[in-house]
Design a protein around this ligand. Sequence first.
Ligand SMILES: C[S@@+](CC[C@H](N)C(=O)[O-])C[C@H]1O[C@@H](n2cnc3c(N)ncnc32)[C@H](O)[C@@H]1O
Length: 332
Amino acid sequence: MDPRSEVLLRQAELFTGPLLLAGLAADDLLGLLPEAHGWSWHAGEHATLEVRFPGRSHFGVSPPSVEFACAVLFLPKSRELTDYLLSALAAPLAGRNLFLVGEKRAGIERAAKQLAAFGNARKLDSARHCQLWQVRVEHAPATPNLENLAQRYSLPLSDGRLAVVSLPGVFSHGRLDIGSALLLQHLDKLPAGHLLDFGCGAGVLGAALKRRYPESRVTLLDVDAFAVASSRLTLAANGLHADVISGDGIDAAPTGLSAILSNPPFHQGVHTHYQATENLLRQAAQHLEHQGQLRLVANSFLKYPAVIERHLGPCHTVAEANGFRIYQASKH
Ligand SMILES: C[S@@+](CC[C@H](N)C(=O)[O-])C[C@H]1O[C@@H](n2cnc3c(N)ncnc32)[C@H](O)[C@@H]1O
């Protein structure tokens, strides 16, 4: 059981009625709170919950249309996302309770200050390195418009400016990551066919690919609903069309790809998490066609080449700058 869920269960009498658990862990909590529904924006956690509690897990960027008399937000990593989620949850809860639970090292104490906008917040419990806060919503905000919270910027690429739209919580919100910038300079000579941007975030790479290779089919994939929504907005802002998929890991990707491009994930929440990237490197070959190519950018200190060579083929460093490298390998 996730420690944040354990803290909620210490006050289980507060959570007996119709309740929305937003950003919940993929654990047993829904089983122990039979009137609760879950709202996830992580495709993998949602899929796990949906199998165990059919019809009670909801995926997306806005609260599901189920009745709830109070809500709990499991503190996410980004402050902007916390702002959006708290407002989205508080909007229909005038006179009702909104709770916030999170780990101390994730910044729960600081985040709890964001509850003051809705009423008098108080700390209910502190245990398992987590805190539980509660506010009775006296000042219900208007339902937030997510698109209004997007950050928009444009990049001067060699084939013209590319508009980027990033939503709260999306990787490198409002600015281009240095690693992605390096990969954008090395999108040349990709084999024609079906291209995948794995872990697409705001869709910078995928949109650049579609514009550069208009004849190729392009798929963008991310585990995070806000990233998927951002990617759709970025494509639309540039008048581009591509497939955008929400899914957890390379298993969710199509097969028969001519190339996989990625600035792969290396953090998840406050925990460092290489699993999705390791799976990508191990299983890329199963998703690539003959002579299909894997091209990725990574911090120079990450030991990816050995894994790539073990599972795909000879790995070449095609560029290096600012502590990042571009690796390339083909399936033979
Ligand atoms: C380093 S960011 C790169 C984002 C974007 N491509 C860019 O260059 O700005 C990695 C992305 O991988 C996504 N990600 C993390 N775990 C994933 C998983 N299991 N499956 C698919 N995408 C994942 C994250 O949500 C994040 O958007």
